[in-house]
Design a protein around this ligand. Structure first.
Ligand code: ATR
Length: 278
C-alpha cells in the first residue's frame, strides 16, 4: 500500500529500536487491512524522550508503542494514564489526540490473550499458577493472572526481595517462594510461566526440574527467540501443553493498532510466520 498525504502515522519509540519486530508486525496489518498509514521505528535517546513525544504529537502522529528504556518515563510524560499502566508503573502504548498524550499498558492483556489462544483448555480459576521472575514482564503477567481470578500465584525469583516488592505492590493471593524451592512449588500447579530472559538466544537455559508439575498444566515462556525454548521443549516432551512467547508480543499490539488505525487486527498463523521470518 502506498501512503497518501492523509496517511495515519504511528511508530515505536525506544533506544535502541533496530532489533524490534513491531514495525514488521504493524506493517503486516497495515497491508492486510489496506490502511492508508505507516508505522515507523523511532529511536529516541532517554534525554530527548518527553520532547520527542511532544514533537510526534505536533507532527500529527496518532500514537506510539513504547519500549526499553522508556516504559517508566512514559508515565510521567503522558497527560493521562490508564489504571493498568499506573498499577504496573509503566506504559507501552500511547494515543495522541489533539496534542494530548494518553498512556496505557497492554502487556497484561497480551499475555492473557496469548494464553487463552494457545491453551484453550486452561481454566484460570481452578488451579495455582507459578510465575518465575520479578521484573517488568513478571508484573504484567501477575496482574493478568490476578484479574483472571487465579486462586493462588506462587512467585519465584532469584532475588527474593524483588518478588516481595511485586507481591506488596500488586496484592492478592500471591505467595513468594525461594529460588531453591522452584521445583517443589510446581506441585499441583495448573500453569507455569517463565518471565525471565533465561532460555533466550545467548542466555543459559532456565534450570528447572519439572517432575513435580502435573502433566495437565500449561507451560508458557515469554521468551520467543527461540520460539521453542529449552523449557518448552522439556515440557512438551513430558506431555504438557506449551504456549510460546511470540503471541504476547502480537496480542499486546492489537489495542494500539485499533486506536491509531481504526481496524481491529487479528493474530493468525500467517502473521506469526511473517513476523518470525527475517
Ligand atoms: P524485564 O523487565 O524484561 O522482566 P528485568 O527487570 O531485568 O527484565 O528482570 C529480569 C528477570 O530475570 C528477573 O526476575 C531476574 O532475576 P533477579 O531479580 O534475581 O535479577 C531474572 N534473571 C535474569 N538472569 C537470571 C539468572 N541467571 N538466574 C535467575 N534469574 C535471572
Amino acid at each position: 500500500m502506498i501512503q497518501s498525504g492523509r496517511a495515519k502515522l504511528a511508530g515505536l519509540v525506544g533506544w535502541p529500536v533496530s532489533h524490534s519486530r513491531s514495525p514488521r508486525l504493524h506493517g503486516y496489518w497495515l497491508r492486510h487491512h489496506k490502511v492508508d498509514g505507516a508505522y515507523v521505528p523511532l529511536p529516541i535517546r532517554p534525554e530527548a524522550f518527553t520532547q520527542g513525544l511532544r514533537m510526534l504529537a505536533a507532527f500529527g502522529f496518532r500514537g506510539v508503542n513504547v519500549t526499553l528504556p522508556h516504559k517508566e518515563a512514559a508515565l510521567a510524560a503522558c497527560d493521562e494514564i490508564d489504571d493498568q499502566a499506573r498499577r504496573l508503573g509503566a506504559a507501552n502504548t500511547i494515543a495522541m489526540k489533539d496534542g494530548r498524550l494518553e498512556g496505557s499498558n497492554t502487556d497484561a492483556f497480551g499475555f492473557l490473550e496469548n494464553l487463552i489462544q494457545g491453551a484453550p483448555g486452561w481454566r484460570a480459576d481452578e488451579t495455582a499458577a507459578v510465575v518465575i521472575g520479578a521484573g517488568g514482564a513478571a508484573r504484567a503477567v501477575v496482574a493478568a493472572l490476578l484479574d483472571a481470578a487465579v486462586p493462588e500465584i506462587r512467585l519465584v525469583n532469584r532475588t527474593r526481595s524483588r518478588a516481595e516488592t511485586v507481591a506488596q505492590e500488586l496484592g492478592g493471593p500471591l505467595r513468594v517462594v525461594d529460588w531453591a524451592d522452584r521445583a517443589r512449588v510446581l506441585s499441583q500447579a495448573g500453569l507455569l510461566v517463565n518471565t525471565t530472559s533465561l532460555g533466550m538466544v545467548g542466555q543459559p537455559p532456565l534450570d528447572l526440574d519439572l517432575s513435580e508439575l502435573p502433566r495437565t498444566a500449561a507451560v508458557n515462556d515469554i521468551v520467543y527467540t527461540p520460539l521453542e525454548t529449552p523449557l518448552l521443549a522439556q515440557a512438551a516432551m513430558r506431555g504438557n501443553r506449551v504456549v510460546d512467547g511470540l503471541g504476547m508480543l502480537l496480542h499486546q499490539a492489537r489495542p494500539g493498532f485499533e486506536a491509531w488505525f481504526g481496524v481491529k487486527p487479528e493474530v493468525t498463523d500467517e502473521l506469526r510466520r511473517f513476523v518470525m521470518s527475517d
